[in-house]
Design a protein around this ligand. Structure first.
Ligand SMILES: [Zn+2]
Length: 94
């Protein structure tokens, strides 16, 4: 019997709220644990629990990530963690 799958990738109603708070929670974890490293002006490496991902800032200022979640949803915890880190003024460059 398969484990019940939560509908995290369906962006409607209550599920979207769950999705957003799950992403935010993970993003805050990434920031708190110093998982973000800025490697250049517009590029960061975010180390998750299982894999690391590259986040880049495009010409329009929009952030892009190479993870699966980003491709499916257009956002992910890695991108949000960069936004959080930057807005908090955490020194992401070190
Ligand atoms: Zn990502």
């Amino acid at each position: 019997m398969r484990k019940h799958r939560r509908g995290l990738w369906h962006t409607n109603g209550v599920l979207a709220d769950d999705f957003a708070s799950a992403i935010l929670e993970k993003a805050e974890w990434l920031v708190r644990n110093g998982r973000i490293r800025r490697v250049s002006e517009d590029k960061w490496v975010v180390r998750g629990l299982r894999s690391k991902h590259i986040v880049k800032r495009g010409a329009t200022g929009y952030l892009y990530c190479d993870c699966k979640g980003f491709h499916i949803s257009g956002t992910c915890s890695h991108v949000i963690s960069i936004l959080l880190a930057e807005s908090k003024g955490v020194k992401a460059e070190a």
